[in-house]
Ligand binder design. Sequence first.
Ligand code: DGJ
Length: 740
Amino acid sequence: MNIFYNEQTNSFHLTNEKLSYQLSVENEVFLAHTYFGKRIENNHSESDYPLGNRLFSVNPSSVPGREFSVSTLPQEYPGNNNGDFRESAFEFRYQDGSFHTQLHYKGYEIFDGKPHLDGLPQTYVRSDKEAQTLKMILLDSLSGIEVHLFYTIFEQYAVITRSVQVINKGREAVSIEKVLSASIDFDRANFDSIQLSGGWAREREIERSPIFRGVHKTDSKRGTTSHAYQPFVALANSNTTEHTGEVYGFHFIYSGEFTANVEVNEYKQTRVQMGINPEHFQWTLDAGEVFQAPEVVMVYSDTGLNGMSQELHRLYQNQLIRGEHQFKERPVLINNWEGTYFDFTEEKIESIAEEASKLGFDLFVLDDGWFGKRNDDLSSLGDWFVNKEKLPNGLKTLAEKIRSKGMKFGLWFEPEMISEDSDLYREHPEWVLKAKNSLPSRGREQYMLDFNQRAVRQNIFEQMKKILDDVPIDYIKWDFNRNMSEIGSQHPDIRDGEVAHRYILGLYELLENLTRDYPHILFENCSGGGGRYDPGMLYYMPQTWASDNSDAVSRLEIQTGTSLVMPISSMGAHVSAVPNHQTGRLTSLKMRGDVAMSGNLGYELDLTTLTDREKAVVKEQIMFYKKFRSLIQFGTFHRIISPFDGANETSWIFVNENKSEALFYYYRILDKGNTGRPRVKLVGLDPIKKYRINDSEQQYFGNELMNKGIYVHAGPAKDEQNQGYHGDFRSLRLLLTEVD
Ligand code: DGJ
């Protein structure tokens, strides 16, 4: 891995075993992008931008001539109002109302390691040997504004990370109207774009479509990344598959409002951009101040979508997730939410816990409804003290009882919210987040707390601390159940244009403090399921409840889509009761178990209502999972058949590091009757290792299983709803073990 500077050509080359990224300075001052892709040797990294007279293009350079134009030059950080007619990466407004900025290249620095971004989530290195960073310094000499672009290349990953700093070295305040974190130009447009779109209960559906002229944008104007779009976009060649071909992925390490733009211009050049959404953003940068924009991960794969996902999984697992739980096997949990909703008593919780302890669970999680006077979702958010009517002996006694049964104890919080009917609201209505001249809208009958205000964050920290110091708590589920609206602050010193971003900085500060002070607690991120399942939150919380939709069939899509960008160790997946509460569907306990086992296994139902036979199945599932959870959570995950490919099937495989063990899953959704048995080609195995499938005597070479494939059938299952080879919603699980 190295970053090279070529003085003669004024060009830069970042490269490791897997990729190359090249930049150059064109016409002495314009920072051009010259290459991103598979590793090439360090030649010709200067710009080979084809000069040519293109009518109606303008030339802002001091070198006269009609051949040069920023409207066609592939760039690294394009400005606005300067003759580049594409989307800009930034916009600054000055005191006199002007908004033209021309950034010129001023210099560079190359250093080992990766600089820390204060107050933000980010990928990190443990030693300076793991990565190198290039800092490009750009200057607008009229205003004195400097922009620093940071590029880090890691030794071990096909990844470059980018972030941006704006430094006001002028004498006057400047208003930052827009500051994206990455912009990159490709000199072709024959790509498909891939995005992860969704909604509540159907998060991260994979959408793929050819790109075309104009600007296509996925974004959030909701104060959070949201269920609707992941802060992610990929460009793939049209023939790229799960297993072959080139793809470029862009992922934003941020949990607030974002934009991800793909623009194709009249010359069929493609610009990809990512950063904080400018829509609700306006930041006043006083003289001498610095603004730090969050980090974008850019990943390259020439081994298809699986290659991209595996690179992101490894990067996030090793260089983004932190803390005691980073590499620890995740507990099998029982959560009472769908089992009881708000309607529980101490006895009820204890009876579920009693059953759980017999079935082999590691962790009991008490969900919403344990605090204030909360018996429905109309009250008490902000009052983080125990509801004595429901839990007369208090939380501590309950936690101790559960722990005495050999399980850990976890608790639900929704710390960023406030109910109108709460002591906190009655005392501090000025802590509600809302624009100064507006009335706040309710969402799920609740308001958001204004995390811009230090006193608010302090109050919530103190309330949580009081509980955490008193009750033995091993796990926290951190929920967030509405989007932001009427964005602004009631605090006179806080500017509304800064609120959406400062809110996220406030949230990150609180999370940093809590995770620092309570390192043993496993935090699970949640936002009505996976509404804020983004790399920013992953930095603080190593796992996320992937979706409120626990239906096994829906989960095939949700977990496949999620796996495009998120490591399996981060993905909460539960078995729940049937008929399923979100879809009304009846699926077998076997299929529900198999699907949930492909993430961090949990159960979310009233265990006391299960038959003895069902309890035996659950017990067996947990035993099996515990035996193989390290392979599932930390092995290499491959999608074999995607439910988004229009098939009636889904298939996944988990392979361990030395490829001596693998778990293969196959699902058939609807039975069509009298169909043939499909042959599926496995992936990710060692071609010359021999494997046994389950307990059979037969042995297969890896290359047989991968090239010839195996006939699969989903059934018969052992539990009552899943007899015979026919029927809908079938699952097959095969364990492959290397034979000596
Ligand atoms: C939404 C979460 O996603 C659910 O799992 C549950 O915790 C409810 N909130 C509780 O209100």
